[in-house]
Ligand binder design. Structure first.
Ligand code: ADP
Length: 482
């Protein structure tokens, strides 16, 4: 199978003819190739998107009425539901994720498209009280051609939240999926064409980050860039955008803490805590990767977690266990080396999960690992692992819990488990994070809930109505009539 770019509603071969192997992480074997895009391919895609917009919003996409735009997005959502199984199979093969996770991703994608479809005709400006003799109004216009650099961990969800919001605001898109996970995104662009989106509205250029990705973030025709990925790459994208005064939304990593107080409902908390680190084999920006437990219940909580961790299984997506393999050989080696390094430093492993006997030895499988008494300044407590590795540590009181929770460079998500309402509110205000969950974690997806970080977790917000506003250019019109 040879996949091209997808530009102007057609498959397009890479200008250089060069290709990238697509590897199935459950076997380590290549089963397809994608196009290795470069700056020329990106430029072709940007021109296509510019034609869809037109010079004065008179292109075939930009001139659609809000209701037509909304209907197209609703039809897109329905088509994603119809193709859900096909998309999930493709994603599982490309990224190794468990089928149930891939199926959930397809439904969340559909939900993003529905949500933003419903926003299109509610996106209005205001009239502002001003000096006498004036009428002043604001209108929210499309920002132009938007660039979307997508990582490999949740291609469908991240496509949904950023492309969905951008289209709802009336923009055309150029998307650069990750070199390790481009297939679902390419298929999604085809489905959009089948549904009736005009040529050039959604364009996909595949390739390596340093080539196609860098070319997209530096392209003069891009008026807004959304990036989800590592903090290091995010800084490169942010710098390229800043140099040409292009707004950027950067959703970077996290080392998100879960704080468990002695009055927590553990029956409710523990399954959520486990799921928050093993979902997608821990390859989740918002993974709850640090577990902070009040000392009085620390041993009891660990005991119960040891039982759960020991029974967690990694296996091929076809068997659909708790976890699939990691996405590629590089990540596999990286996670293993962090685990080994922590052991070398004397940090104790409290429990390990299992690898299913049917898992190929060539696949990138990593057992779930629970570390205990992790020193707060260790690499394990400070750095994002991006694997199913949970770092547990005790705290004495609220003050220490907050200090530990805020004591990394990141600030994406935090979870607080307590029955004390005042404490929950106090902590929610003190925690440095873009989202704080009390007695839950992740709210089951939360398409409607603004998401993004503080500190090294990035800036700008994805999801919800907030993200939609970021994809518009606000114009103020002041009319003097007296
Ligand atoms: P990872 O190292 O785990 O792949 P990255 O943050 O590097 O994480 O990748 C996230 C996305 O950013 C991918 O689509 C990747 O191709 C892209 N990318 C990587 N390097 C760059 C770069 N220099 N400029 C723009 N995009 C990049």
């Amino acid at each position: 199978m040879e996949f091209g770019h997808y530009i102007d509603n057609a498959r397009v071969a890479p200008t250089t003819g060069e290709r990238i192997e697509v590897v199935d992480p459950s076997t380590g074997k290549s089963f397809a190739t994608i196009a290795r895009g470069n700056a020329t391919d990106v430029q072709t895609a940007v021109w296509a998107a510019q034609r869809a917009m037109g010079d004065t919003l008179d292109g075939p996409w930009a001139r659609l009425s809000p209701v037509d735009r909304s209907n197209l997005l609703f039809a897109y959502a329905a088509a994603v539901v119809k193709h859900g199984d096909e998309l999930a199979q493709l994603e599982a093969c490309d990224t190794g994720k468990a089928l149930k996770t891939a199926r959930a991703d397809a439904s969340v994608l559909a939900r993003y498209l529905q949500y933003y479809a419903g926003c299109v005709d509610k996106l209005h400006g205001e009239t502002l009280p001003y000096a006498s003799g004036f009428t002043v109004l604001t209108i929210r216009e499309p920002i132009g051609v938007t660039g979307h650099i997508i990582p490999w961990n949740y291609p469908m969800q991240i496509y949904g939240r950023s492309v969905g919001a951008s289209l709802a605001a009336g923009n055309a898109c150029v998307v650069k999926p990750a070199e390790d996970a481009s297939l679902s995104v390419l298929r999604l662009a085809e489905i959009a064409a089948e549904v009736g989106f005009p040529s050039g509205t959604i364009n996909i250029v595949t390739g390596f980050g340093g080539e196609a990705g860098a070319a997209l973030s530096a392209n003069q025709g891009i008026s807004h860039i959304s990036f989800t990925g590592s903090a290091v790459t995010g800084a490169l994208v942010g710098r390229a955008a800043a140099e040409r005064h292009c707004p950027a939304v950067l959703e970077l990593g996290g080392k998100s803490p879960q704080l468990v107080f002695e009055d927590a409902d553990l029956e409710q908390a523990l399954p959520v805590i486990v799921n928050a680190i093993v979902q997608n084999a821990g390859q989740t920006c918002s993974a709850g990767s640090r577990l902070l437990v009040q000392r009085s219940i620390y041993e009891g909580v660990l005991e119960r977690l040891i039982e759960r961790f020991s029974s967690l299984r990694s296996g091929p997506p076809s068997i659909d266990l708790e976890m699939g393999p990691l996405v590629n050989a590089k990540q596999h080696a990286r996670v293993r080396s962090i685990v080994e390094q922590a052991e070398t430093e004397g940090i104790r492993i409290a429990a390990r999960g299992q690898i299913h006997p049917e898992a190929s030895h060539e696949g990138y499988y990593q057992q779930a690992v629970l570390f205990r008494d992790v020193p707060p300044q260790s690499q394990l407590a400070q750095e994002e692992v991006f694997g199913p590795v949970l770092a547990a540590m005790p705290f004495e009181d609220e003050a220490e819990a907050v200090k530990l929770a805020n004591g990394t460079q990141y600030g994406l998500v935090a979870g607080v488990w307590t029955r004390d309402g005042a404490r929950a509110l106090r902590l929610a205000r003190k925690l440095q994070a873009g989202q704080v969950f009390v007695n839950n974690y992740g709210a089951g997806g939360g398409v409607e809930l603004p998401f993004g970080g503080v500190k090294a977790s990035g800036y700008g917000r994805e999801k919800g109505f907030e993200a939609l506003l970021g994809f518009t250019a606000l114009k103020t019109i002041a009319i003097k009539h007296d």
